[in-house]
Design a protein around this ligand. Structure first.
Ligand code: FES
Length: 208
């Protein structure tokens, strides 16, 4: 009996049909992530026997890389979220005790060695300056001069902080007065570095 009589004859291809009858759309396709592709791209039946003992192939290797990257991103996001919750909880506790809140100032990436950034802390009118010294130390002071409250300006190349109103000078490392009318050190901002982020955690008014 011929194939056509048994009904096993392959379907004829109708060039006008939008559907290729030779493709069985109901047949499940192999998962591309699970397909084994050897480094030389030849089919597996042409590969040496030993390759069967080392089943890591290109798609699965890429799949593992993507999975590890996603895991890294999820853990990083989780750590940031936990960190934010920690700050919110700390600030709630601090407000109840009348303490200054913890506030992010900048990231280390934004502040090069020998650079500075201004910010306000603890109030919106309290101007401060964060300094990253040439030997990579982090310092932060109130910018209010302790003589008559003019705004002081760091001179990093001279290791001093200058007040232009009456030629007052403060030592950059300690904030203590070294010349001119000021007698009291600049108020000091306490800092904390978490990861690559720099936070203000309090301010210290000093008399000596
Ligand atoms: S206000 Fe700064 S020296 Fe007088």
């Amino acid at each position: 009996m011929s194939d056509s009589m048994r009904g096993d004859r392959p379907a004829a291809v109708d060039a006008r049909s939008p559907v290729d009858a030779r493709i069985d759309i109901l047949k499940p396709r192999p998962d591309a992530e699970q397909m084994t592709i050897a480094p030389d791209w030849r089919p597996m039946d042409q590969q040496p026997v030993w390759r069967a003992d080392f089943p890591i192939d290109v798609p699965q290797d890429q799949y593992v890389e993507r999975r590890e990257f996603m895991k890294f991103m999820v853990l990083t996001s989780l750590a940031l979220t936990v960190g934010q919750f920690w700050i919110v909880a700390q600030n709630w506790w601090r407000r109840r005790r009348g303490l200054s809140e913890i506030r992010r100032i900048a990231s280390l990436d934004q502040l090069p060695v020998g650079g500075l950034v201004t910010f306000t802390y603890p109030g919106a009118q309290d101007d401060c300056v964060l300094i990253r010294t040439r030997d990579d130390a982090l310092l932060a002071y109130s910018q209010r001069c302790t003589h008559l409250s003019c705004a002081v300006r760091p001179r990093l190349e001279e290791d001093v902080i200058h007040c232009p109103c009456h030629e007052g000078y403060f030592d950059l490392r300690s904030g203590r007065p070294i010349a001119g009318p000021p007698r009291r050190p600049l108020d000091l901002v306490r800092l904390q570095v978490r990861g690559s982020e720099i936070y203000a955690t309090g301010i210290v008014a000093r008399t000596v």
